[in-house]
Ligand binder design. Structure first.
Ligand SMILES: [Zn+2]
Length: 66
């Protein structure tokens, strides 16, 4: 029974691993949050999350009218 790691130990290891991974993830320059999505935008080495970059999206048609 000795070689079965107990749950708390496993959990702590898992947490530490997640922590290390998270620290490598860049923070969004606009909202300051760590980027946890599948992708992010790297524009001239400045990072943006999908949510923030979407705020910059403009519908071309807005400029075609009038
Ligand atoms: Zn953001």
């Amino acid at each position: 029974m000795d070689n079965i790691p107990d749950y708390t130990e496993l959990h702590a290891m898992h947490e530490a691993r997640q922590e290390r991974m998270l620290r490598r993830v860049p923070k969004c320059d606009i909202c300051g949050e760590r980027i946890l999505g599948d992708f992010f935008f790297n524009i001239n080495n400045v990072y943006y999350c999908e949510d923030c970059i979407n705020d910059y999206k403009v519908d071309t048609e807005d400029y075609m009218e009038g």
